[in-house]
Every structure is written in structure tokens, then in C-alpha cells.
Design a protein around this ligand. Structure first.
Ligand code: GLA
Length: 730
């Protein structure tokens, strides 16, 4: 059931909304402390008496005049844990008896592996600092970059490592940042999954030892996502302190959450040190990814609302149409043909689907896999990015023209980093794939991975995509990536240098995306990797949306979407309505249920709509029109999880509130009611208590038991009552 609320009166609260406080960045030269304030958070660190950079405070915003004394290193613990090991450092080198996770570990040309970083200098920037650390003996310098978002208090932290030695240095481990929390009881939240089962929210007590969440796969991965949230005590949805972070990197990554022998908690994240080795020649630098971190005093819900807004305002890219706008535009409602046709795309078939899609009120028509090379199934064609003449005798233009005539824009599926051995490209360039010479080349889904770190491969990929976008009026690319790495060799380089592939591959991916956006500023891009295998704040700087999962079962999606939105804004969460019974679980659901499940994110239709009845088409058309009306509130408003769908819950419900509090949308779902239980009364959140809100049910009938209009205070304190007959399955 979808209910919309509109404020009938001018909102009193709107004029009271305070402008964001200016970011406060201050350095106390007497105490040698650095302080960053933004939103409801403060972050403080300082130079301790030994010269190390020590974390001092991360939490709720402190008073403007509050100060800290100079940081004091923690004492030695008997003779087994040195002061260096016990002291929570901002960026600890591995040396001097460090047993905690190091931020940086290097090997020098002479075999020395000891690295102890001390403060050297700093510069104050508009919203942050650059702090330079240097090894106590050798010319290795690290610049720690800090910047704070004045509105949310979310910090961006990353590091640049520079080799000033006369000989090369190998970086074996490099974090973007380390975060620290004092001893207390905490709950760690993190997301794991698998293909067709992404976005499982895990919650566990933080205990002594380390919990490692990571990808060794060369890309972000379905199996774990680079996001964490640590709650004080038990994690609660709307109460309590939460510290959270997200790593902006789409290559192999690692986040280590460890509680040390003194119960202190440290979170260290960056490049995955597994199989890592980045040679820095004299004068060279290595820049790490960004590790964002934030603090909320309003529970897990508060943490995700901060992240959502931050992602919309500061991470997601802009197109020509939204350049300079405060937020990117909500996603067009798409139709995608994949589940309807799989590889059997033809000009006539796509045109027929396009006509049906246009009649539903779809904004964008996307042709998926199967249109290029000798692509009849997943055994051939990847790498050959020319139009298949049997399927499209006159190229893509007739289809694109037809889609435009139907007042939709056109999108196309590509998988640029991949190659089938059965392709012209592989026959011509077998040396282009990731491989170790004279070793087997493991295939997955019958494909191998082009080594995007190679300059020639980078140029090829950029070249064919640029040509495709130049020659065709394409508004959107669904950029797929359907396997993980094996044999990650880069045989153009000397053996010691080859592990650079872990950094350069991902950097070249970003560079290609950035260049394409620059050359084609109207084009929008989706990050897909067999579903949600490449979703992170790194790729989201260059892509407008993501495909969270190949699992489109509308009931499974409720829990997946719940997990997803802890880390990512609903705006990027594409959600297609597909056919019932669903191919994965054989579950039968009504079209309305499927539509409403998908309407919680950015709506799409992926069903075989040529088989839909007139009644189904009418239902979809009505709901798409309703969605268009309230979409900005759903995907850009403040999200409240009223009833969690996790753990087989009988019920679930979410609510979103527009920034001006003038509109709110509530979704309520039943799994299977038991023992004649009715839907719990929903106490809404985030409304203006003094404003009048009128219910606009999309069915056009009032909810029995609820007034048609009442104050925000009523909806929040008394709550919204569902119809008594709102019971059953799905
Ligand atoms: C992946 C994607 C699907 C579809 C297929 C096409 O599995 O996640 O949505 O595009 O590839 O081969």
C-alpha cells in the first residue's frame, strides 16, 4: 500500500531550519591539536609528545571553545605491548613493535622494513588539513588529507605516500585511514552476500581480535561491501551513537575492525594488502582511495540518512543538465529487456517492447546483452563491440529513432572489460587478458578479463565506447562486469612491478568513465556486476545508479533493499518489476506487490510486457504515474525504516520525508500474517508536528481507522492505522 501525504498548511518548521553551520577547521599550535567540526560531529587529533599523530576524539559536536591538551601516548602494558602499539595513531607505520593493523608497511631496497612516522608539517585548507608525516630516519613521507563536509560532518580521509629515497621502496600495505574508538561495548554492522543474494546486513558484538571484511577479487565484490557502522551498545534504528564509514574503491579492498588488548577499537581500511606490492621509484607517489567516515547520534537510521544526503550532494556525478545543481536528477523510469528476451534481441522484438513500454509511461528504453558481435549466448562476442548485422541489419539507428519517436531515451548494455576467447578481439590480442605466461587462463561465464591497466587496452576500451556514443544517440550505458579475477599477471612489466595491476586497473576504469562523461556530458551510466558486485563510493563518483542484484524477486528485494540503504541512497538503487512466478524462487506475487516493492527505489520494468494483459498494463501505468509524482520524496527524502523486513518479519514498512517536510511517502508490506494479526499501527517520523498532513491513498479510498487529515504530531504520536482487512500473504 502506498500512501502519500501533503502538507495542507505552510510549514512552521521550514523557516526555522537553520542553515548549515560553517565548517570549523582549527589548529591549536600550543597543544598541537587539529580539530574538524561539521554537522553534529567533531573530530580531533594531535601530535603527541613523541611526535606521532594520535587520535583524540570522534563523536558528537563539541562546544566552540572546548580545547584538548597535547596528546599523551598511552603507557607500555607490562613488557608485552609497547606504548607505540597501544597508542591509537592516525596513520601508524609498521615498525617499533606494532602489532595492531598498520596503516603503512614498506620494504626498503636494503631490506629494512621498519617505518616510524612522525609529524613534520601541515597546511590548513578551506575544509580540512594536509598533515605531513615523515619516517624518523628515511625519506618516506606521507601526506594525510582530511576534509569535512560542513553539513553532515562526514570526513573524507586519504593518504599520499612519497618515496624521497635514492632507491625504490615497495609499499606492501597502504590504508586510506585508520579510525579509533575508546573501550566500550559496540555492535559492528556490515554487509555481505553472493550472486543473487547481496546486501545481507550482519550485526555482531565487537570482540577482541579482528573482523576482516574484504575483497581479494580485483573488484568490489558481491561477497562483502566496503561499508561499516559501529553502534554504541546494541544497534538501534533511531537512537544511540553510530560511527560509520565507506571506502571509495572498486578494486581489491580491506577493512579491518579490531579490538585490541586494551579494548580499544580501530578500523583500518584501504587497498587490500593481500598480494599487494606497489614499487615506488625515487620521487614517485602512491595515492590511496578515500575512506569516508561519519558520526550520528540518531542510530542506524540517522547514520544512513547522513550518508544518503552526502552521496547525493557530494559523491554522485552530474550530467550536462544537472551541472551545478545541488542534487543529481531522480532516475528515469526504465524498461530493460533482459528478462524478457535474454540474448534473443532483434530489431522487431525490441521495437515491439518499446511500443508497449511507452504506453506504460516509461522514460527510458534499455536494450541489454546480445546486440553485438557473434553474441547468441554467453559463449561468444564479448570484445567485439560492433552491431550484429543479422539482428540489426541497419545498425541501431532504426531502433533508437523508434524509441525517440515514442518519447523515450535509449540505453544500451556493454561489458567493456571482458572478452570471450571466441571473439575477433581475443584472436587478435590474446596478450591483452590478465594472465601469467605459460599458465592456464581460467574462464568464468566463458570469459576472461582484459588487463585494463595496460595503456593499449585502456585506449581500446575508451575508443570503442567513444565511437559507440558518438555514432549513436545513446543516453545511458548499463556497464556490466560479470566475473572476478584469476591469474592477475601483467607480463608487460618486470616481475616486481606486476602487482601494480591492483591499483592501475581500477584507476584506468575511473579514468575511462571520467573521460567518457567529459566527452559525452549527457550520458548517464549504471554500474552493474552480475547484480551488485561493483557498488561503492569510488564507482559512484562516475556512475549515476547501480544494479543491486540480478535477484528481482520482490519479496527477497525487501530485505536486500533494506540492507542496501544502510550504505547507499535509494536514488541509485535500481529496482525492476519482473514476471511472476519469479524465476529464482518460483514465488507468485501480484503485480501491485511487485510494483510497490520496486517503487521503494528507482523504478524500472524488466518483465516480458508483450505478454501482459490489458489489466496488468493499466495497473502498471497507474502506479508508474503515481511514482512519477512522488519519486523525489522517495529517492531523495529522509528515509525511516519503520518496520524491518529482516529475520522473516511478518510485516515491513518504510517512510520517506521530503526535505521541506511537505510530503511523505509510506510503504507497508505483509509477508504472511498469522493468527489474524493486523498490521501494527505505524508511528510516522520526521514530520513537522504543527503542519496538517492529508492522506492521499493511491487507491483513492481513505484508510479505515485513520482520519483523512491530521497534524504531523498525530501521525507521529498516534500513528497511521491500516485497514483491518490488510492481511494475508504478500
Ligand atoms: C548480468 C547482469 C544482468 C544482465 C546479464 C546479461 O548478469 O547483471 O542484468 O545484463 O548480465 O548478460
Amino acid at each position: 500500500m502506498l500512501k502519500t501525504f501533503s502538507a495542507a498548511a505552510v510549514l512552521l518548521g521550514a523557516s526555522l531550519a537553520a542553515a548549515a553551520q560553517p565548517a570549523l577547521v582549527s589548529y591549536d599550535s600550543a597543544a598541537k591539536t587539529f580539530r574538524l567540526d561539521g554537522g553534529g560531529a567533531s573530530y580531533v587529533f594531535g601530535v603527541n609528545s613523541r611526535g606521532e599523530l594520535q587520535q583524540l576524539y570522534w563523536g558528537g559536536r563539541l562546544g566552540a571553545t572546548d580545547t584538548f591538551p597535547q596528546a599523551a601516548p598511552l603507557p607500555e602494558w607490562a613488557s608485552f605491548d609497547s606504548s607505540y602499539n597501544n597508542t591509537p595513531q592516525e596513520y601508524a607505520g609498521w615498525g617499533a613493535g606494532l602489532f595492531a593493523e598498520p596503516a603503512l608497511k614498506v620494504t626498503f631496497a636494503d631490506g629494512n622494513r621498519d617505518l616510524v612516522l612522525h609529524y613534520a608539517s601541515h597546511t590548513v585548507k578551506a575544509n580540512g588539513f594536509d598533515v605531513v608525516l615523515k619516517d624518523v630516519k628515511r625519506k618516506v613521507a606521507v601526506t594525510l588529507h582530511y576534509s569535512v563536509d560542513p553539513e553532515s560532518g562526514i570526513l573524507a580521509r586519504w593518504a599520499t605516500i612519497e618515496n624521497g629515497e635514492a632507491l625504490s621502496v615497495t609499499v606492501e600495505q597502504a590504508a586510506a585511514a585508520a579510525w579509533a574508538l575508546p573501550p566500550a561495548h559496540y555492535t559492528l554492522n556490515y554487509l555481505t552476500g553472493r550472486w543473487a543474494g547481496e546486501w545481507t546486513l550482519n550485526q555482531e558484538a565487537v570482540r577482541q581480535g579482528a573482523r576482516v571484511i574484504e575483497s581479494r577479487r580485483g573488484s568490489t565484490g558481491h561477497q562483502a561491501n566496503p561499508w561499516f557502522a559501529i553502534a554504541a551498545g546494541a544497534a538501534q534504528e533511531e537512537q544511540g551513537e553510530v560511527w560509520f564509514g565507506a571506502l571509495a574503491w572498486s578494486g581489491s579492498w580491506r577493512i579491518t575492525v579490531e579490538q585490541d588488548q586494551l579494548d580499544q577499537v580501530r578500523v583500518t581500511g584501504g587497498f587490500n594488502p593481500f598480494d599487494f606490492g606497489y614499487v615506488l621509484h625515487p620521487g614517485q607517489t602512491l595515492e590511496t582511495p578515500i575512506f569516508y567516515g561519519g558520526y550520528s547520534a540518531n542510530g542506524m537510521g540517522g547514520a544512513s540518512r547522513l550518508l544518503h544526503h552526502f552521496e547525493l550532494a557530494h559523491v554522485l556525478p552530474r550530467t550536462a543538465a544537472t551541472e551545478g545543481q545541488p542534487l543529481p536528477r531522480p532516475r528515469p523510469v526504465i524498461y530493460n529487456s533482459w528478462e524478457a528476451t535474454e540474448f534473443a534481441v532483434t530489431e522487431a522484438g525490441q521495437m515491439e517492447l518499446a511500443e508497449k513500454a511507452a504506453a506504460l509511461g516509461i522514460d527510458r528504453f534499455v536494450m541489454d546483452d546480445g546486440w553485438f558481435g557473434q553474441r547468441k549466448d554467453d559463449h561468444a562476442g564479448l570484445g567485439d563491440w560492433y552491431v550484429n548485422k543479422e539482428k540489426f541489419p541497419n545498425g541501431l539507428k532504426p531502433l533508437i529513432d523508434k524509441v525517440h519517436a515514442l518519447r523515450m531515451d535509449f540505453g544500451l548494455w556493454v561489458e567493456p572489460e571482458m572478452v570471450n576467447p571466441n571473439s575477433d578481439l581475443y584472436r587478435k590480442h590474446p596478450e591483452w587478458v590478465l594472465n601469467f605466461p605459460q599458465r592456464p587462463r581460467t574462464e568464468q561465464r566463458n570469459q576472461m578479463i582484459l588487463n585494463l591497466a595496460r595503456p593499449d587496452v585502456r585506449a581500446y576500451v575508451l575508443g570503442f565506447l567513444d565511437k559507440l556514443l558518438t555514432e549513436n544517440d545513446i543516453a545511458f550505458l548499463k556497464w556490466d562486469y560479470n566475473r572476478n579475477w584469476s591469474e592477475p599477471g601483467w607480463d608487460q612489466l618486470a616481475p616486481a612491478e606486476q602487482k601494480k595491476v591492483y591499483v592501475e586497473f581500477t584507476r584506468n576504469l575511473y579514468a575511462i568513465l571520467a573521460e567518457l562523461r567529459h566527452r559525452h556530458p549527457k550520458v548517464e551510466i549504471e554500474s552493474c556486476s552480475g547484480g551488485g558486485g561493483r557498488v561503492d563510493l569510488g564507482i559512484l563518483r562516475y556512475t549515476d545508479e547501480v544494479w543491486p542484484s540480478d535477484n528481482t524477486d520482490p519479496f527477497d528485494r525487501l530485505t536486500m533493499q533494506d540492507g542496501f540503504t544502510y550504505a547507499y541512497t535509494p536514488q541509485v538503487m535500481m529496482a525492476w518489476v519482473t514476471d511472476s512466478p519469479h524465476w529464482l524462487n518460483k514465488r507468485t506475487t501480484t503485480l501491485t506487490y511487485r510494483m510497490l516493492s520496486s517503487m521503494q527505489g528507482s523504478l524500472g520494468i524488466g518483465a516480458n510486457i508483450s505478454k501482459w494483459s490489458a489489466e496488468e498494463a493499466a495497473t502498471a501505468k497507474t502506479l508508474i504515474a503515481a511514482y512519477h509524482q512522488v519519486q523525489p520524496t522517495i529517492v531523495q527524502g529522509d528515509l525511516y525504516r519503520l518496520i524491518s523486513p529482516q529475520d522473516g518479519s511478518e510485516f515491513s514498512a518504510t517512510q520517506t520525508v521530503r526535505a521541506d517536510k511537505g510530503q511523505s511517502v509510506v510503504f507497508a508490506f505483509i509477508h504472511s500474517t498469522q493468527e489474524k494479526r493486523g498490521f501494527p499501527r505505524l508511528k510516522l517520523k520526521g514530520l513537522d508536528p504543527a503542519a496538517q498532513y492529508t492522506i492521499s491513498p493511491i487507491e483513492g479510498k481513505a484508510l479505515a481507522g485513520s482520519p483523512e487529515a491530521a497534524s504531523g504530531a498525530w501521525w507521529m504520536n498516534h500513528g497511521l492505522e491500516m485497514d483491518a482487512d490488510f492481511r494475508g500473504d504478500f
